[in-house]
Design a protein around this ligand. Structure first.
Ligand SMILES: [Zn+2]
Length: 495
């Protein structure tokens, strides 16, 4: 087993930024591995590297088919002209597709070792979108291969064990539970592309959450086939560290252009919503008039830039502790994404387990609607206020609208009320996450209701103490709080 090959540097939700050290090169995760098909590649490996990808994935079997013995003699890095991280999948799928090829696990793994893969997938049986019995078989066969593979592994390569089961979560559970006991350096989750194609990410979210529940948290986990900016932040938020896809080329072959919010047919665009070198230089019309091969190459290059941008944006959100805000923002890009956001709220507790309580590099939180308050960090804060926070002095409690001032009042114990964060005692004012936040005004009705409910619970909980309230008639949430306080028999000073 390779020691310290995966070093986690930062967390937000269950997302992490890590360094994955392979025998050739170190890469930062979350990372996207463009699929390189040596038989039919429109964009060169050199171009992929220039766009900023330090890692690619290729199919072990196809490399053999394309380069023969040469790839064993010279190694995959030299043959492909890429000296950074190369991941190989076993080629099981192609083996099935071309049929009649006598290949077993030993042959595949020895080949992956011989060509010098940095990260190698064992011979697995992908589940895909199939019936239960076939899915169960794919789980059993992959586990059987995994047990065999333990003795065939070397200690220089990062060996990847795929979790199977597809949309059948009990099978994913069984696969992940069993796999977690085996000495593999990395795990992967097979994602049925049919759900990805239709933006039905709910199934993928459930699969990832189920697998991650059992997989060892210190090991990297890859998602097969995730190739769109819309899925990256969600999968990353649940703890996925790497992705691979040929989407950039497949979309390009179909004249499709990746955007943050979906994919567009090139003929539907009059302007490019991007400044990558392709989009800065050409208009959609220029591309349409071009030779097909060149158009596809340029579209594939743009698509890679779009993927890179999304990965970088997600990483920056992790650094700033704002990944939840990014998920909320993306949920507004397409109607289907609303249900993706709702799906991920099933796993708030899981994500909060990894969420750092304090981040040195954090920025003020921004609130646009009720979804922002589902942020596990905010839920955690509100739970703390409700269940753990106690007022130890005997001063009168003064509930007043938030005004960003830390006031140590002789007479009163000041507690600010504010939408989203709800209550901020003066003594923790200025500490994360109450330090700096912004919300748009007027606030949505449901956010106002949440605040009023919190005020009611707080007043009832502290009924043995004297509580005064200041409320502002001109601010709707403050007016609602004042009215609720009056209803509960408190004296309110209206301003
Ligand atoms: Zn572009």
């Amino acid at each position: 087993m390779l020691l310290l090959m995966f070093n986690i540097k930062d967390f937000d939700l269950a997302a992490r930024i890590g360094i994955l050290k392979t025998k050739s090169y170190k890469i930062e995760t979350p990372a996207f591995f463009p699929v390189v098909d040596p038989l039919k590649q429109d964009v060169s490996v050199k171009e992929i590297e220039e766009i900023g990808f330090n890692q690619i994935i290729t199919n072990a079997y196809l490399s053999y088919k394309r380069f023969g013995e040469k790839v064993i003699d010279e190694g995959i890095h030299k043959v492909l002209g890429f000296d950074k991280v190369i991941m190989t999948d076993s080629g099981a799928y192609q083996v099935l597709k071309y049929g009649n090829i006598d290949v077993n696990q030993e042959t595949v793994m020895n080949f992956e070792k011989a060509i010098g893969s940095d990260i190698a997938v064992i011979l697995d049986k992908p589940t895909g979108d199939t019936d239960y019995d076939k899915a169960e078989k794919s789980v059993e066969e992959t586990l059987k291969n995994a047990h065999e593979a333990i003795n065939l592994k070397d200690d220089k390569t990062i060996w990847v064990l795929p979790i199977q089961g597809g949309k059948y979560l009990d099978l994913v559970e069984r696969s992940a539970k069993e796999s977690s006991k085996l000495p593999f350096e990395m795990f992967a989750i097979g994602s049925p592309t049919v759900f990805l194609e239709k933006y039905q990410y709910n199934v993928i979210i459930d699969m990832i959450a189920m697998a991650k529940k059992y997989l060892p948290p210190e090991k990297p986990v890859h998602l097969f086939g995730g190739g769109h900016p819309l899925i990256f932040p969600y999968a990353i938020a649940l703890g996925i560290d790497s992705f691979d896809s040929a989407s950039y080329e497949l979309y390009a072959k179909d004249d499709r252009y990746i955007t943050d919010y979906g994919t567009e047919k090139i003929e539907d665009l009059e302007y490019f919503p991007c400044n990558c070198p392709v989009c800065s230089r050409y208009t959609p019309k220029d591309l349409i008039q071009m030779d097909v091969k060149e158009r596809r190459r340029l579209l594939a290059i743009h698509n890679l830039y779009a993927i890179k941008k999304s990965m970088d944006r997600t990483k920056q959100a992790i650094r700033e502790g704002r990944l939840w805000e990014l998920l909320v923002e993306i949920s507004r890009y397409r109607p289907e994404m609303q249900s993706t956001l709702r799906s991920i709220t099933k796993y708030l507790k899981y994500m909060d387990r990894f969420n750092p309580r304090y981040k040195s590099y954090s920025r003020g939180l921004k609130f646009y609607g009720i979804e922002n308050s589902w942020n596990p960090r905010i839920i955690n804060y509100k739970t703390w206020i409700l269940t753990k926070y106690e007022i130890k002095d005997n001063k009168t409690i003064l509930l007043k609208p938030y005004n960003c001032k830390k006031e140590d009042n002789e007479e009163f114990h000041v507690i600010y009320y504010v939408p989203y964060l709800l209550l901020i005692p003066y003594e923790i004012c200025g500490l994360y996450p109450t330090a700096q936040f912004h919300f748009s005004n007027p606030i949505p009705k449901e956010v106002e209701n949440e605040l009023v409910n919190m005020i009611r619970v707080f007043i009832i909980k502290n009924k043995s103490k004297k509580i005064d309230v200041i409320a502002n008639k001109n601010i709707s949430y403050s007016y609602a709080v004042g009215k609720e306080a009056e209803r509960l028999g408190l004296t309110v000073s209206w301003v």
